[in-house]
Design a protein around this ligand. Structure first.
Ligand SMILES: N[C@@H](CCC(=O)N[C@@H](CS)C(=O)NCC(=O)O)C(=O)O
Length: 206
């Protein structure tokens, strides 16, 4: 059975768990990361030298990097449910996955760390304000993208929606200003209707 290493409250682990839910894949999950200090052990470092989560073991195949794991599982399913068959649609989806990892999450993460993982007495107003500004800029890009299509890579839900949606969920859950972004909001409501999203992403932030 597929093995997944990673605590269930990690944004990057949630991408993989959501993907498994969409594909109805069975898996065994092992807590790792943060308070689960197993990531610091030599045994875990053999699996993932970065000491980060998630890591998966699919038989003798070991893989880390959450978005790549989502691509791998979606492709392996082989039925086009999450992995678009058409070349341009596929790379369109991949583009939004990379953008989430390189632009959107780096903008939003400091806000999450400040508001959820930092004692209020230690909040840094400059970090919060900058993160709010950069996150909103990224969210406006998503909103514009969704103005003329249902999902990020077209008219069908795909792997391209998964990384962005887990991050958008965090933004909506944070105690920060939420200017009206109508297209984004409509898309997020669609995500919230999906059972696997409800089960693994819509959990209290911690
Ligand atoms: N680019 C990596 C980033 C992985 C990452 O930063 N994971 C975080 C959790 S979201 C982590 O392992 N943090 C340290 C920890 O939990 O101990 C990926 O997408 O898988």
């Amino acid at each position: 059975m597929l093995k997944i290493w990673g605590r269930a409250n990690s944004i990057n682990v949630q991408k993989v768990l959501w993907c498994c839910g969409e594909l109805a894949l069975e898996y065994e999950r092992f807590d790792a990361g943060n308070e689960f200090v197993i990531t610091k052990t030599p045994e875990y470092r053999e699996l993932n030298r970065n000491g980060l989560v998630p890591t998966i073991e699919d038989g003798d195949f070991l893989l880390w990097e959450s978005n790549v794991i989502v691509r791998y599982l979606a492709h392996k399913a082989g039925d086009g449910r999450l992995f678009p068959a058409a070349t341009k649609t596929r790379f369109d989806a991949e583009r939004w996955m990379d953008w989430q990892a390189t632009v959107f999450w780096p903008a939003l993460r400091p806000l999450f760390i400040q508001l959820i993982r930092t004692q209020p007495a230690n909040h840094d107003a400059a970090i919060i304000s900058r993160a709010e500004e950069l996150s909103l800029a990224a969210l406006r890009i998503l909103d514009a993208r969704l103005s003329d299509r249902c999902f990020l890579a077209g008219d069908k839900f795909s792997m391209g929606d998964i990384p962005a949606a887990v991050a958008v969920h965090r933004w909506y859950e944070l105690d920060t200003a939420h200017p009206k972004l109508h297209h984004l909001c409509r898309w997020y409501e669609q995500m919230k209707e999906r059972r696997p999203f409800q089960e693994v992403v819509m959990t209290p932030l911690s």
